[in-house]
Design a protein. Structure first.
Length: 768
């Protein structure tokens, strides 16, 4: 083990004159100093937003090493992200120099747990060189188990099961811990059985998923006392960042390791606990003093980020939560502007007003990189994006895809492009097997091969290949259904509003049903995005005009280096700060979200309020809060009332502006809904009337001719080959050798030696 004399700066720091102090303590305020110097026993540092908790945590780490209270290898320092771990290591390195390289136990929960598990893997039936599965591999394995168990994978998806297992692992539950009530949530009570089968399969292939890294170590620490005592003795000090974000498994793991020495320092803020949807338990930080009696509780309350008005507004909102540990943020900053609360007519006006204020900010010399718009839900970004494109205001989407770049939106747009332009091969390639319709790679390759040979678009090639035996019956039937659908949707362009056509297309294609069957956390948001897409289309006269607009939007990000406004969700903004912040959509049902109000009760409402606190405290100098009297949500106009969080803002610290009366807004919202005669059409999950009429009309051939006739307008024609004649012996890659019995254009009837008579395309045969 390296001696302290070999650590640069360590001797200099510790062998100091009594009147001086280490550099890492300079500039710290009294509570921060207390957090650094209170080294023995349990310590809870309640660090409010912008109070310099990273500086205090880094100084504490340096102090433990510099004062020789512990070797670097005897300190366990845990963060939640690799970025936070790197930042802490860099800061400590600037203080201690090379000593930081001797801190092998500074990292994320998962990286540290993986290091431990590789040392003790055999205790849970693994080898030390186990593989850590990524999400794709995990889903593939779960799907195999679901299929083997003869469970309907469309109803009970692998992604849904993965989410359930992840929640169980976050709670520290092995398959043996799953009761009947918990197991009932998947496939009528088979969740526990599949979880057990999944864990057994992982061990058989010497693998684990991310949840296992902590769960396996938790099991080992609980069942092997020698291993637990090893780590209890090894770690003299434990430091934990963002403690309010720990889940049950992480909490139990930390408590076991720290239970003997009790030198554990947890830094966090109960008012910023906003991740319950991924397993975080705010109760962990609230019961710290009960878990560790006699714990010192140190409050960091001096804010170095925001103005007094902004801090007062945030404090006024969060004070309405019960069960808080409590703290009061304050600052020496100048008073600044009051928080501006603006009531607007509707979502589009909100986007216009925000754009106007940002342009005014620019005219006054303000930069765009220091401006952020924070939203509660991703569907809110679409109107902002469209407005900024219209006025030429550059922006970036952080923590998610730009609206028109999301996978489900690109899929829907590809369908629409094929309807408008049958020669769009790129779009056809994207949708040919989305959702899955039983077309394998070989079948798709056949269509590609024929299209290249004849110099025709894939859509036309798909229509023509149906009249042959080139494809298996299953593939021919699946491709034929798609050809029929495309022809029918194209015919409806002239008699159905294009937004309604999009809704009909999403339903009849099975795309809506695919997302409805997906039980993952993202599926609901993807459905909402598709609803917002159809709503956006209503603002354009024609479908081609809308698709042209989308192309302009997609081209907006060409200059990646220039300054841009940041648009992101509040969740993604945690830990960040901006000079000017616009908070959009503060209405009941949007923020707090309707789902939180309907499903989570008081606990969910309080988490939404903590989210509001996080949102306001991202602003340094200016904070704007917008609420609209009317908003289009899930395709329906809704008359909205301001969020309850608006009424909780302290009046002395806000400036209020509104643009309409409540009665007028209600009337106009009702009028808007009545004026939308298609609001209720085409929202079902099955095939609609158009499909029924097309099915009743007859076989695939007429529909294929419709597609062919349309594409023929672009002067695509089938040309027979000149090197094939009747009676000639030929070879086909699928059916083998045969003799040409008849020729009709580019279609051949061939008597194959083993497959009998088949009708094939001449581009798939060669002279024998």
């Amino acid at each position: 083990m390296r001696g302290f004399a070999s650590f640069p700066n360590c001797s200099a720091v510790t062998e100091i004159a009594p009147a001086s102090e280490p550099a890492y303590l300079r500039g710290l305020n009294p509570p921060q100093r207390e957090a650094v110097l209170t080294t023995e026993g349990p310590v809870l540092v309640l660090a409010g937003a912008g109070t310099g908790k990273t500086a205090a945590l880094t100084a504490r780490l340096a102090h433990l090493v510099a004062t020789r209270r512990a070797w670097p290898s005897e300190i366990l320092a845990v963060t939640f992200t690799n970025k936070a771990a790197r930042e802490m290591k860099e800061r400590v390195g600037r203080i201690l120099g090379d000593a930081v390289e001797g801190m092998p136990w500074l990292g994320t929960f998962h990286s540290i747990a993986a290091k431990m598990l590789r040392r003790h893997a055999e205790l849970v039936g693994l080898q030390s060189n186990f593989t850590i599965l990524d999400t794709d591999d995990q889903l593939r394995l779960l799907k195999q188990l679901i299929v083997a168990a003869e469970i309907d994978e469309k109803r009970w998806s692998a992604r849904m099961l993965a989410g359930m297992i992840d929640r169980w692992k976050n709670r520290g539950w092995t398959p043996q811990d799953i009761g009947a009530e918990e197991s009932e949530g998947f496939a009528n009570g088979r969740g526990q059985q599949l979880y057990a089968a999944y864990q057994a399969r992982l061990k058989a292939v010497n693998a684990c998923d991310f949840g296992d890294l902590l769960l396996h170590m938790l099991v080992i620490l609980k069942t092997h006392r020698d291993v637990l005592e090893l780590y209890q003795q090894r770690f003299r000090y434990v430091l934990v960042d963002e403690y309010q974000d720990t889940n049950s498994s992480q909490y139990l793991w930390l408590r076991l390791i720290a239970q003997v020495r009790k030198n554990i320092c947890c830094v966090g803020d109960d008012d910023q606990s906003i991740y319950s949807w991924r397993g975080a338990e705010v109760a962990n930080i609230l019961r710290f003093e009960k878990d560790f009696p006699g714990a010192a509780v140190i409050r960091l309350e001096q804010n170095y980020r925001s103005t007094p008005h902004i801090l007062a507004a945030a404090s006024g909102v969060i004070a309405n939560n019960g069960g808080r540990l409590g703290k009061t943020l304050w600052t020496d900053e100048a008073e600044g502007d009051q928080v501006r609360v603006v009531g607007v007519w509707d979502g589009p006006e909100e986007a216009r007003r925000i754009g106007d204020e940002i342009e005014s900010h620019q005219r006054k010399g303000g930069g765009l990189d220091d401006v952020a718009i924070l939203v509660r839900a991703q569907f809110q970004t679409r109107e902002l994006e469209d407005r900024f494109i219209a006025i030429g205001l550059p922006y970036r989407i952080v923590g998610g895809f730009r609206f028109y770049e999301r996978a489900e939106i690109r899929d829907a747009l590809a369908y629409l492009r094929v309807i408008v332009q049958p020669a769009d091969d790129l779009a056809f390639e994207r949708i040919v097997n989305v959702p899955k319709r039983g077309l394998g790679d070989k079948a798709v390759a056949k269509v590609h091969q024929y299209a290249r040979a004849e110099g025709i678009p894939l859509t036309l090639a798909a229509a023509r290949i149906l009249d042959t035996d080139e494809l298996t019956p299953q593939a021919r039937r699946a491709l034929g259904n798609l050809v029929v659908d495309i022809a029918r949707w194209r015919d409806r362009l002239n008699d159905l509003p294009h937004a309604e056509l999009a809704r009909l297309m999403l339903d009849e294609s099975g795309y809506t049903a695919m997302l409805q069957a997906d039980r993952s956390a993202e599926a609901a948001g993807r459905l909402e995005n598709l609803t917002e897409l159809a709503r956006a289309m209503e603002e354009y006269e024609t479908l081609p005009a809308f698709l042209e607009h989308v192309s302009l939007v997609m081209d907006n990000d060409a200059d990646r280096e220039s300054a841009k406004v940041t648009i992101m969700t509040i969740h993604a903004a945690k830990g960040l700060e901006f000079g000017t912040v616009f908070l959009a959509g503060w209405e009941e049902g949007v923020f707090p979200s309707q789902r939180a109000l309907d499903e989570g009760g008081t606990a969910s409402l309080e988490e939404e309020r903590r989210l509001a606190y996080v949102a306001i405290t991202r602003a340094r100098r200016a904070c704007w809060i917008f609420h609209a009297a009317n908003r289009r949500i899930y395709g329906q106009w809704t008359s909205s009332i301001p969020s309850r969080f608006v009424s909780e803002l302290p009046p002395a610290h806000i400036e209020t502006e509104t643009t309409m009366s409540g009665g007028e807004s209600l009337w106009r919202a009702q009028w808007s809904e009545q004026a939308d005669p298609f609001a209720h059409v085409g929202r079902g999950t099955g095939r609609g009337p158009g499909w029924q009429r097309a099915s009743a009309a007859g076989s695939l051939a007429p529909a294929a001719r419709v597609v062919e006739a349309r594409a023929s307008a672009a002067s695509f024609a089938a040309k027979p080959r000149g090197d094939i004649a009747e009676g000639q012996r030929v070879f086909h890659t699928k059916f083998g050798y045969g003799a040409v019995a008849a020729i009709e254009g580019n279609k051949l009837e061939i008597d194959f030696e083993h497959a009998g008579r088949k009708r094939v395309l001449d581009s798939f045969v060669s002279p024998a």
